[in-house]
Design a protein around this ligand. Structure first.
Ligand SMILES: [Mg+2]
Length: 415
């Protein structure tokens, strides 16, 4: 059976969601910035992109490029919400859906295309559902092809609101038009090495002698590159329910200036632990390795401790990390902090504590989680964060995180 893959990609995702939410922003150059720091653009609307604004452009530079730009703080809860709705819509048209990043999915429609007509009809229906259920201001580009590599390239060839199918007839034409950066798997370093060899275009790779390609890129990459140049790719769709549960959860944060006071540094650590531990509790998981990363300029330290007992109690984990931090005898400021909880296990595989004080903490935390789930993150939070400006959860593109969120959704659907 011929395989047919769809790749669906939102255009200028964060900025489009902002325009969808707020009609005042529509048709105008919009830059999305992080709620804290506010120094660089993390997403730009098409109107802003046309003026040269890109992801990563600094706010000061943006003001020169496009003085009338409207800067909006990122609202990750909305992006997350739309992603879940989007994922639900995609599941109507296939049981093989891979959430590739927050704003992209792959859909294997080989078996379902006939139910709806064909792959083009599914693309049409998807666009219609997204428009009607998520909004007019959330354009998607869809690529249709026989594999993931080509489907992703196809969706990138026409933006915004594109629909491109790569077939046997237009394959060489599409590959010939593609820039390296449009090919999934060719990163900046690989691209530079190709350019160093005088290869500036994917199709050229076909005629590079095997010996030369292997000498330049080794056995693995030379084969990959050769396959890519012919548009071949055999990587399967990985539905998120098949992803294994992650072995660690982590949360990192870059401060926008060096922080020197121990009290403030510890407050950030506590803040990050709150988020990571809450995620574990909601996913009914627990860990027994607790780690800390501290960085400033050239100085960086990574420390962790492995225990016999499992925990997802943020206070308890924080105590462990506080000891680790104090043992560093860190001098000078801190610019970056990261925490992780590792060696995770599912709660139902662990024996329950018999200690009344532990069970009391579990009960308190469970009430806190319910309240925060219902009324928003950090509605209830530890008093030690009263003086701090709270760092809220952000969406990230890690699939492990998606798997945890999926598990949380499954669990909360039961209760
Ligand atoms: Mg996108």
């Amino acid at each position: 059976m011929q395989t047919t893959i769809l790749h669906i990609d939102f255009n200028s995702y964060f900025a489009s969601v902002e325009q969808q939410k707020n009609p005042f922003l529509r048709g105008k150059p919009v830059g999305v910035i992080k709620a804290e720091g506010r120094t660089v653009i993390i997403a730009a609307s098409y109107e802003a992109k046309r003026r040269g604004v890109k992801t990563g452009t600094s706010v000061s530079e943006v003001k020169q490029l496009c003085p009338e730009i409207l800067l909006v703080p990122a609202d990750f809860d909305s992006y997350d919400y739309i992603t879940h709705k989007f994922y639900e819509i995609c599941n109507r048209y296939s049981d093989l859906v891979e959430l590739f990043s927050l704003d992209e999915v792959f859909l294997d429609v080989s078996r379902t295309a006939l139910l709806f007509g064909d792959a083009g009809k599914i693309a049409f229906l998807l666009k219609k559902d997204i428009r009607e259920e998520l909004g007019e201001w959330l354009p998607v580009s869809i690529g249709i092809a026989k594999n993931k590599l080509l489907a992703k390239l196809a969706s990138d060839l026409e933006k915004p609101n594109g629909l491109v199918e790569i077939t046997g007839e237009n394959l060489d034409d599409c590959l010939g038009r593609a820039e390296f950066e449009q090919i999934c798997g060719i990163g900046r370093r690989l691209e530079q090495r190709l350019r160093d060899m005088g290869i500036t275009q994917l199709l050229q790779i076909r005629s590079v002698p095997e010996r030369l390609l292997a000498a330049g890129f080794g056995p693995y990459w030379s084969k990959q590159l050769r396959n890519m140049s012919w548009g071949e790719d055999s990587s399967p769709i990985v539905p998120s329910y098949e992803l294994p549960l992650p072995k660690t959860v982590s949360r990192t944060h870059t401060l926008f200036k060096d922080v020197f006071e121990t009290v403030k540094i510890l407050a950030v650590i506590r803040n990050l632990v709150e988020e990571a531990a809450e995620k574990l509790r909601l996913a009914k998981m627990s860990g027994r390795q607790f780690g800390l990363m501290v960085r400033s300029g050239e100085n960086s330290e990574v420390r962790f401790i492995t225990r016999k007992y499992f925990s997802n109690d943020s206070l308890n984990i924080f105590q462990e990390l506080k000891r680790l931090f104090l043992s560093l005898k860190w001098r000078g400021g801190v610019r970056f902090l990261g925490v992780w909880i590792g060696l995770l296990a599912e709660e139902n595989s662990l024996s329950q504590s018999l200690l009344p004080e532990v069970n009391r903490r579990i009960a308190v935390l469970s009430v806190q989680d319910k309240i925060n789930l219902r009324f928003g993150h950090y509605t209830l939070f530890p008093a030690s964060l009263l003086q701090a400006s709270i760092i809220h959860p952000e969406v990230n593109g890690y699939l492990g995180d998606e798997r945890i969120k999926q598990r949380i959704n499954e669990i909360s659907a039961i209760f």
